[in-house]
Structure formats: C-alpha cells, structure tokens
Design a protein around this ligand. Structure first.
Ligand code: 2HA
Ligand code: ZN
Length: 294
C-alpha cells in the first residue's frame, strides 16, 4: 500500500511544472513573485498578518499561459460555483494556512499556481514546491475568484486581489457609528488630503459574514463594483489593483488615515478633519490626477 502511494506521489510530482525552472527565464513572473514576497513582509511587520491571516491572488495568465498550455492532465478540484470568465486562467494564490511571514521569505513554498479548467468549475494545482497533498489555495479562494470574475466581466485591468487584517481599519468597524459607508469614507478621507487623491472611490462596507463563504464573496463584489477597497466588518480589508505594490499602498494609506484618527482620540483630541470644501477641492484634484506628484 505504502509503495503504491509513493509511486502515485512521484507521478504527481512529475506532472507538476517546475516553477523554479520556469522562473529562470521568466523575468516578469519573477518580479511579480518578488513583489508578493515584499508586500507579505510589510503586512507581517505592520501586525496585519497574525498567524495565517491574509491572502493574496494575482492573475498571471498573460505571464505564464503559453508556458503551460499543454499541461492539461492534472487532477481537478471542484469549485463551489462557476467562474465562466476565468476558464483556463492562471493565478498565483497564497496557500491555505500559510503565514505571510513565510510567504515573504519563500513565496513558492507558501503559495501555488492554479489553473481553472475549461468549464471554470474546478482548478488544478500547477506547481507546488511542498510535496504535501494538503497544500491548497487560501480559504478565501471563493472571494478571490468572484472578484477576478467581476474584473473580467467589466474588462478592467486589475490583476491583484489582496486581503489583510489591517488592525486600524478593523478597529474602526468595532463602532457601530462607523459601520455606514458614507460615515466611514468621510472619516477616512478627512484625516489626510492624500487619502482622497489615492483612494478617490473610497471604501465599500461589507457587514459581518462568515469568512470563506460564498455569501461574503457576493457582498464583497458588490462593494468592489464602485470602490477599490472593501472593508469587512470586524475582520479586515479586500483591495484590488493593477499591480502588487499599488494595491498594498491603497490599504496602507487608508490605515494611515485610521491611525491619525485613533492617535488624536487617544490624546483626547477630537480631530477636526478636512471640511467639505477642502474635500471637494481634493475630489476635483483627484479626478484630474494622472501621474504621481514628483
Ligand atoms: O487566510 O485571513 O479570512 C486566512 C484569512 C481568512
Ligand atoms: Zn481574513
């Protein structure tokens, strides 16, 4: 029996792609993995990634699709729903139960490449540098794929979906008065002028749901239809972006605003915040804003 299992494992190993080999020649993919590792480290350093908290997925079909086109005979794991716009697409996703601080050091051992099947109702693991059969994509895969599907439906260019337990933003949602989208956005925008510039669409608020479920995935895509970031009540944030560093920066800017608010409050200061006229001025500036100021 054990001999048989060992044989099976070897076979599975053979049909897995060696990512280390692909990365030797694929510089663009190497850069993305380096960026993921960098951002995972920042999340850990900021205290937003305790234990296995947080997850990330990056749509990499453009970078990897041609190299794996012929690899079709891998085992398929069923997904809880269909994602028709993602048929055949390839993603790098952080691994279930894996730690951000480990992803920061060894992205290939703490994340994996998956490819959706042609019916878009299942995925295959293309690579795994750990040989354990228990290595799976993040528990929030339904939310990640629902968001990538929404991005594909509207034809926009975001490739990255990032989830993190941002302490400052989770803290704000502990107060019922801030669990209203307009109140929350006004608070965050009013704490610092650059929040309006870099997060002009503000945040969408998602009331508490059980993590990892289709319900929270559905509510998250509703929130992300008109916003770059969704804040999950008493849990964390989901952000989307065109690349890994920019996606992290949006979360970081929002956290800064929240931190200013809490720092004032803990010094017994009731922050004035920017007023309506000042915010309107920033809104106009943001709509004309194309490139980063020098
Ligand atoms: O990856 O953060 O929401 C673990 C989580 C689940
Ligand atoms: Zn979480």
């Amino acid at each position: 029996m054990s001999i048989h299992l060992q044989g099976l494992q070897e076979l599975t190993h053979l049909i897995f792609i060696s990512m280390k080999d692909i990365l030797k020649s694929n510089k663009a993919l190497k850069t993305v993995l380096r960026e993921i590792a960098g951002v995972a480290g920042y999340m850990w350093e900021r205290g937003w990634a305790e234990r296995n908290a947080g997850n990330i997925s990056v749509h990499v079909s453009d970078l990897l699709g041609h190299e794996i086109a012929e690899k079709v005979s891998l085992p398929v794991t069923e997904l809880p729903m269909e994602y028709p716009k993602l048929a055949g697409c390839v993603f790098f996703v952080s691994g279930k139960g894996k730690r951000m601080r480990d992803l920061a050091r060894k992205p290939l051992e703490n994340g994996l490449f998956i490819k959706l099947n042609d019916s878009a109702n299942g995925y295959s693991i293309l690579s795994s540098e750990t040989d354990s059969g228990n290595f799976k994509p993040t528990s929030e895969l339904p939310a990640h794929l629902a968001i990538h599907q929404m991005i594909a439906e509207r034809g926009s260019s975001e490739k990255v979906v990032m989830h993190s337990h941002v302490t400052e933003l989770v803290s704000i949602t502990q107060a019922r008065e801030f669990c209203k989208q307009d109140v929350l956005n006004n608070l965050l925008w009013s704490m610092h002028p650059e929040t309006m510039i870099f997060v002009p669409k503000g945040v969408g608020f998602v009331p508490y749901f059980l993590p990892g479920t289709l319900d929270i995935a559905t509510e998250t895509i509703k929130a992300l239809r008109d916003h770059d970031v969704a804040i999950w009540e008493k849990h964390g944030v989901f952000a989307i972006g065109e690349n890994v560093p920019d996606t992290f920066d949006v979360i970081d800017i929002l956290a800064k605003s929240a931190r200013i608010f809490f720092m004032c409050r803990s010094a017994q200061i009731i922050p004035d915040g920017l007023n309506e006229e000042q915010l309107n001025g920033l809104k106009t500036l943001a709509s004309n804003f194309q490139t980063l100021p020098q």
